[in-house]
Design a protein around this ligand. Structure first.
Ligand SMILES: Cc1cc2nc3c(=O)[nH]c(=O)nc-3n(C[C@H](O)[C@H](O)[C@H](O)COP(=O)(O)OP(=O)(O)OC[C@H]3O[C@@H](n4cnc5c(N)ncnc54)[C@H](O)[C@@H]3O)c2cc1C
Ligand code: FES
Ligand code: FES
Length: 486
C-alpha cells in the first residue's frame, strides 16, 4: 500500500494487481468478483459460515524463498489487508496446458458436485490442506471441510474425492507459484515501513510496521478500530454495515506475529492466529487444542487471533475459559507505557473491558505446564463442528495427597462475560474427588450465576452442563489417580 496513491498491491497468478478506490470497507470477495471477474468464488452467507468464498492467501516466508498459504473466508477479509500478499482462487488452479488440479479432477470424476455452488470453496479448502499436508488422513480432510457447507451432494463423495486426489504426485498437488514468488519479493522490497490509506472523506486505513507506530497512532486517534484477523470486524462490516472511520491493521507488525518462549510462560503476540496457538498447546494442553479445533473452521482459525477473541469479549468466547483456568495475563500497551493485567480482571461487564483510551492488547502471556498441574476443558455445542458454545468449561488443579489444590475453574455462556467460578473453586479445594458431590455443585452454580435462558440453550440445560462437566473432570481425575496408585 502506498500512502500517496492509496493503492493496494497484491499478486494474482503471476501479475501484480494495483487496487485503487475506496476499498477500506470492501471485502476481498466483492473485489474478486466485481473488479477482477473471478466469479468462481461465491457468496453464500457473507458471515464466515458456508465456505463458498474460500480462497488461499499467500505470504512470503521470512527468507523470501517460498509462499505459505492459508485458507480464508474472503467475505470477511478487507481488501487493504491483501497488500504485499498473493491470492489464489479456483480459477488459479487450471494449468497452462488446460489440465485441472487433481482435487478438481477427482471431484468431477467422483461425483463430488451437483449444483456446484459450494464446489469452488470445497476445492480451495482441500487444495489449501494439501499445500501443507499432501497426504491427509480422513480426519484431517473432515477437519479441513468443517467450514464448507454442501446442501445437495452429501459429504461422502467429496471426502472420497479428496482421498483420491491425495494419491496424485506431490508436485501436481502443489500450486504453481513460480511466477508469483519474485513479485512478492518485489512487493516486500517496495513496501513502505508503515502505510496510511485515506479516502477523500477522511476515512483512514493504517497499516503500521511496528508496535511503536501502532501505539503512537492509537494515542493520537483513540477511536481507531483495531483489525486483527477480521472474523468479527468483517461480520460487522457485512451484517451491521459498520464503516469504521479509522482502522489500524495489525497484520504487518512483525513483533505482534511472534510467539516467544519466556521460560515459565509463552508470550503470544496479538496478531498470532488461533491455528498457531492450536499447534503451540497441542502437547502441553491437549484439551485446549481440542477446544480450538472446534473453534469456527480452518479458514476462521487461520486468521482469527487469540487477542481478538479476548478483546471481542463475547459471553460465549471459547478461548477465555481455558485462559482463565490457566491463569493467563495480558500485556497491555498505551503509548510507550505497558502494564500486565490478569485476564481474570479484564472484563467489567458484557463486552466491556478494562482497556483505557488508546490502549490495546500487545500480547497474551500463557503459563506453560507446571509439574503436577492437571488441565481439562470441554466445549458443548449443538453441532460438533463450527458451532457456538452452549457452554465451555475449563479447570486446572493439582491433587496433593489425593486432595484438590490450586483449583481454577472457568466457564463461558453462564454470565455476561467468560469468568471464573470462585464459589465452585472453594467447594472443590481441599476435598478428595469422592467428597465432591453434584448437589453441592448445583447449589454453588445457583449462587454464582443469574439464571437466564439464551437463544442457544436454556438455563436449565446450561447449569446442568456446568455441573456435569466438572463432575466428569473430577471422576476422571479420581480414575487417573487410582490407575497410578500401586
Ligand atoms: C464463522 C465464525 C465462527 C466463529 N466461531 C467461533 C467460535 O467457535 N468460538 C469463538 O469464541 N468465537 C468464534 N467466532 C468469533 C471470532 O472468530 C473470534 O472472536 C476471533 O477470535 C476474533 O479474532 P479476530 O482476530 O478475527 O478479531 P477481529 O475481528 O480482527 O477483532 C475483534 C475485536 O477485537 C478488537 N481487537 C483486535 N485485536 C485487538 C488488540 N490487540 N487489542 C485490543 N482490541 C483488539 C477489534 O477492534 C474488534 O473489536 C467465530 C466467528 C465467525 C465469523
Ligand atoms: S460467503 Fe459464506 S463463508 Fe463467506
Ligand atoms: S453441490 Fe450444491 S451445495 Fe454442494
Amino acid at each position: 500500500m502506498n500512502p500517496s496513491s492509496n493503492t493496494v498491491r497484491f499478486v494474482l497468478d503471476g501479475a501484480i494487481i494495483e487496487a485503487t478506490g475506496e476499498l477500506h470497507s470492501t471485502s476481498v470477495l466483492d473485489y474478486l468478483r466485481e473488479h477482477l471477474q473471478r466469479s468462481g468464488t461465491k457468496e453464500g452467507c457473507a458471515e464466515g459460515d458456508c465456505g463458498a468464498c474460500v480462497v488461499l492467501i499467500g505470504e512470503l516466508d521470512v527468507p523470501g524463498t517460498a509462499i505459505h498459504y492459508l485458507p480464508v473466508n474472503s467475505c470477511l477479509q478487507l481488501v487493504p489487508t491483501l497488500d504485499g500478499k498473493s491470492v489464489k482462487t479456483v480459477e488459479s488452479l487450471q494449468r497452462a496446458n488446460g489440465s485441472l488440479h487433481p482435487v478438481q479432477q477427482a471431484m468431477a470424476a467422483g461425483h463430488g458436485t451437483q449444483c456446484g455452488f459450494c464446489t469452488p470453496g470445497i476445492v480451495m479448502s482441500l487444495t489449501g490442506l494439501m499445500q501443507s499436508v499432501p497426504k491427509p488422513t480422513r480426519s484431517e480432510i473432515n477437519d479441513a471441510l468443517s467450514g464448507n457447507l454442501c446442501r445437495c451432494t452429501g459429504y461422502k463423495p467429496i471426502i472420497e474425492a479428496a482421498i483420491q486426489a491425495s494419491e496424485a504426485p506431490v508436485d501436481r498437488l502443489k500450486l504453481d507459484d513460480s511466477q508469483d514468488l519474485p513479485l512478492l519479493v518485489q512487493l516486500r522490497r517496495d513496501r513502505a515501513e508503515s502505510s496510511l490509506m485515506r479516502t477523500p472523506e477522511g476515512k483512514e486505513f493504517f497499516a503500521p510496521s511496528s508496535v511503536a507506530a501502532l501505539a503512537d497512532y492509537m494515542t493520537r486517534h483513540p477511536d481507531t478500530t483495531l483489525l486483527a484477523g477480521s472474523t468479527e470486524i468483517g461480520l460487522q462490516v457485512n451484517k451491521q454495515f459498520a464503516r469504521p472511520g479509522r482502522i489500524a491493521y495489525l497484520g504487518h507488525v512483525t513483533e505482534l506475529r511472534q510467539v516467544e518462549d519466556k521460560g515459565v510462560f509463552w508470550r503470544i503476540g496479538a496478531q498470532v492466529s488461533l491455528t498457531t496457538v492450536q499447534t503451540l498447546v497441542a502437547d502441553a494442553y491437549p484439551d485446549f487444542a481440542e477446544v480450538l479445533r472446534r473453534f469456527g473452521s480452518p479458514p476462521i482459525r487461520s486468521t482469527a487471533t487469540l487477542a481478538g477473541n479476548i478483546a471481542n469479549g463475547s459471553p460465549i468466547g471459547d478461548s477465555m475459559p481455558c485462559l482463565l483456568a490457566l491463569g493467563a495475563t495480558l500485556l497491555l500497551r498505551q503509548g510507550e507505557v505497558t502494564r500486565t493485567l490478569e485476564l481474570d480482571k479484564f472484563y467489567t461487564g458484557q463486552k466491556k473491558n478494562a482497556l483505557q483510551s488508546g490502549e490495546f492488547i500487545e500480547a497474551v502471556h500463557l503459563p506453560k505446564p507446571a509439574p503436577g498441574v492437571v488441565f481439562r476443558a470441554h466445549k458443548i455445542s449443538k453441532r460438533f463442528d463450527q458451532d457456538i458454545s452452549a457452554t465451555c468449561c475449563a479447570m486446572s488443579f493439582q491433587l496433593l495427597d489425593g486432595k484438590f489444590s490450586a483449583v481454577r475453574l472457568a466457564y463461558n455462556g453462564l454470565a455476561p462475560s467468560p469468568c471464573r467460578a470462585p464459589k465452585l473453586e472453594a467447594l472443590i479445594e481441599g476435598r478428595t474427588p469422592e467428597e465432591v458431590n453434584g448437589a453441592d455443585l448445583d447449589q454453588a452454580i445457583a449462587a454464582s450465576f443469574t439464571a437466564r435462558d439464551g437463544l442457544r440453550a436454556s438455563w436449565a440445560y446450561r447449569s446442568l452442563l456446568a455441573r456435569n462437566l466438572v463432575m466428569q473432570f473430577i471422576e476422571e481425575a479420581a480414575t487417573a489417580t487410582t490407575e497410578i496408585t500401586p
